[in-house]
Design a protein around this ligand. Structure first.
Ligand code: KIV
Length: 277
């Protein structure tokens, strides 16, 4: 590829500047999680703006009850698969529990690994005031950072479960302070998860950076869903989710039909067989 065509293909890429411009123009941002090449390519071609390699992979790919066991190596691996399937969307690697809490040096090192080994163009981490220094250090290392406040799944034990945040005045003040700290530290966007819609609306109007909501109502600058929820691949769907397809049922029907065809010796049929020359 010539330098001109490299530059031309980059023009179509969603970047942190694209997202900032969207907020200024009042145009909504779309984000989905992805964990592999096949779905990354489908979502990228469908025009989704941001693909997040979420640590939710601990739940939906690995089958854990929480995201806590997910390792940096695992996120790096899945980020690599997603980056390979993406031409347009911004690829964000999620920083798993333990990869940034000990020190801001650790945080910078982990963020750089996600970019260098995973091919991420940005990273995301959970928390507000308590991680502001790490956000600032990562941003100074030229890695764009997305914040994540409100219901932060890595804090499940502190929160006493996966509880909506910001329903009391104290919690509300804390969530606002967290969102403002994330912006002040240099994040380019922030996920607002699991909070009353009117609190997310207030944060969205206070901040200059885009907010991307999940279980946070319609006023956010963008929306994100976990792909397994979008596509109906889980056993249950949380109430804030709109399920857009029932791939679980389609996959089960296909697997049953395959089993029946094999049992009845209908597959492979003649058209599925190689011929001798
Ligand atoms: O890990 C994840 O999938 C996330 C989204 C829910 C925002 O953090």
């Amino acid at each position: 590829m010539s330098t001109t065509s490299v530059a031309a293909s980059r023009e179509h890429r969603v970047t942190v500047r694209t997202l900032a411009a969207r907020k200024r123009r009042g145009e909504r941002i779309t984000m989905l999680t992805a964990y592999d090449f096949a779905f990354a390519r489908i979502f990228d071609q469908a025009g989704i703006d941001v693909l997040l390699v979420g640590d939710s992979l601990g739940n939906v790919v690995q089958g854990h009850d929480t995201t806590l066991p997910v390792t940096l190596d695992e996120v790096v691996y899945h980020t690599r698969l997603v980056a390979r399937g993406c031409r347009r969307a911004l690829v964000v690697g999620d920083m798993p529990f333990g990869s940034y809490q000990v020190s801001s040096e650790d945080a910078v090192r982990s963020a750089i690994r996600l970019v260098k080994d995973g091919g991420a163009q940005a990273v995301k981490l959970e928390g507000g005031v308590g991680v502001a220094e790490s956000i600032a250090r990562i941003a100074r290392a030229e890695v764009p950072v997305m914040g994540h406040v409100g219901l932060t799944p890595q804090a499940v034990h502190r929160m006493g479960g996966f509880r909506v945040q910001g329903r009391t005045q104290d919690e509300r003040d804390r969530v606002i302070a967290d969102a403002e700290a994330v912006q002040a530290a240099g994040a380019f966007a922030v996920v607002l998860e699991g909070m009353p819609a009117e609190l997310a609306a207030e944060i969205t109007s206070r901040l200059d950076i885009p907010t991307i909501g999940i279980g946070a109502g319609p006023a956010c600058d963008g929306q994100v869903l976990v792909m397994h929820d979008l596509l109906g691949l889980n056993d249950w769907t949380p109430s804030f989710v709109k399920q857009y397809a029932d791939l679980g049922a389609i996959a089960a029907r296909a697997a049953r039909a395959f089993g029946e065809d094999v049992a009845a010796q209908k597959f492979p049929a003649e058209e599925h067989c190689y011929k001798a020359r």
